[in-house]
Design a protein. Structure first.
Length: 308
């Protein structure tokens, strides 16, 4: 039952008086005191950003998980993002940001796209969805899906890589993270072929994903060990942080599926992004309506300090 000062960040396409009144009521409900309020983004000031954002610095003796759960419920009711987090900014400076790839950095599950091209799309997509909801063991479901891709022509990979739809806000997020000196990594249960493509396009410092084994120009249905599953993602986050000389408190993880939960839990800030209900409920922070660049506002940056 963590207690202490909190930061409440509200992100909406239009921060109406009604929304602000309901947020004020939430703050009052937990007997929290407003130490300061700051407008981080104003859609009327910079329309291209498409977001209004207000940050509240709060003090009090409320259970932070109870506040977080109430904020999540209100977020879903209003169709906006209200994110509660402990206020650690005076002594913690995040330095490492790790991302899931499929349905986080890109608006697709690559394995489903490969399966669709191979004529087994529906059966693979169903398994993927159940795995992301946490209903199936990831490694077992991954091997099952891979077995259906045997014989897929290698040329299909290049075609899909060129067509990958980027998630809203990812380009702005990466431009600013790089400019501000953060180290960035992709930790994916997907494939290195596509992670490398994103690394070249967006400038990630490092990538860790599954290596497809291809023989005679055809997918074999196998990948190199170890498979990047939930445990491996969490382990990689810690390994990278230690190698770079960062504490776990200085790490941020962003993901959408059950396979990301252990990574989100290990990071100093674990953000469920447009996530499955199970993941949204368990992660400490959650963004569901704004773009990926909403992460910048959770870090406290102001619109005028960011590259559009």
């Amino acid at each position: 039952m963590a207690r202490g000062d909190l930061i409440l960040t509200v992100l909406a396409s239009d921060l109406t008086a009604d929304i602000q009144a309901q947020v004020d009521a939430l703050i009052t409900q937990f007997n929290l005191n407003v130490k300061s309020t700051q407008r981080l983004a104003d859609v009327s000031f910079q329309p291209g950003d498409g977001i209004d954002c207000v940050e509240y610095c709060l003090s009090g003796d409320a259970d932070s998980k109870a506040v977080r759960d109430a904020a999540l419920l209100l977020s879903e009711t209003l169709g906006i993002d209200i994110v509660a987090q402990p206020d650690t900014r005076d002594h913690v400076q995040p330095r490492l940001v790790c991302f899931d790839m499929d349905s986080t950095l890109i608006k697709a599950e690559v394995i489903d796209e490969l399966a669709r091209r191979h004529g087994v799309g529906e059966e693979v997509a169903e398994v993927t969805e159940r795995a992301m909801r946490g209903e199936l063991d990831f490694k077992a479901s991954f091997r099952e899906r891979m077995s259906k891709l045997v014989g897929l022509d290698e040329s299909v990979l290049a075609e899909i890589a060129e067509e990958l739809p980027l998630m809203e806000g990812v380009e702005r997020l990466m431009v600013n993270l790089k400019r501000l000196g953060y180290r960035t990594a992709i930790l994916s249960g997907g494939f290195t072929y596509f992670a490398l493509h994103l690394q070249k396009k967006l400038g990630f410092d490092e990538i860790h994903a599954n290596e497809l084994i291809i023989e005679n120009g055809k997918v074999t249905g196998e990948v190199s060990e170890p498979i990047v599953d939930a445990e491996r993602k969490a382990e990689l986050l810690e390994v990278i942080a230690l190698r770079q000389g960062f504490s776990l408190d200085q790490t941020i993880a962003v993901g959408d599926g059950a396979n990301d939960l252990k990574m989100l839990a290990k990071a100093g800030m674990g953000i469920a992004f447009r996530a499955k209900p199970l993941v949204r409920a368990q992660a400490c922070q959650s963004i569901s309506t704004s773009g990926l660049d909403g992460v910048l506002y959770l870090l406290g940056y102001q619109q005028q300090d960011l590259t559009p």
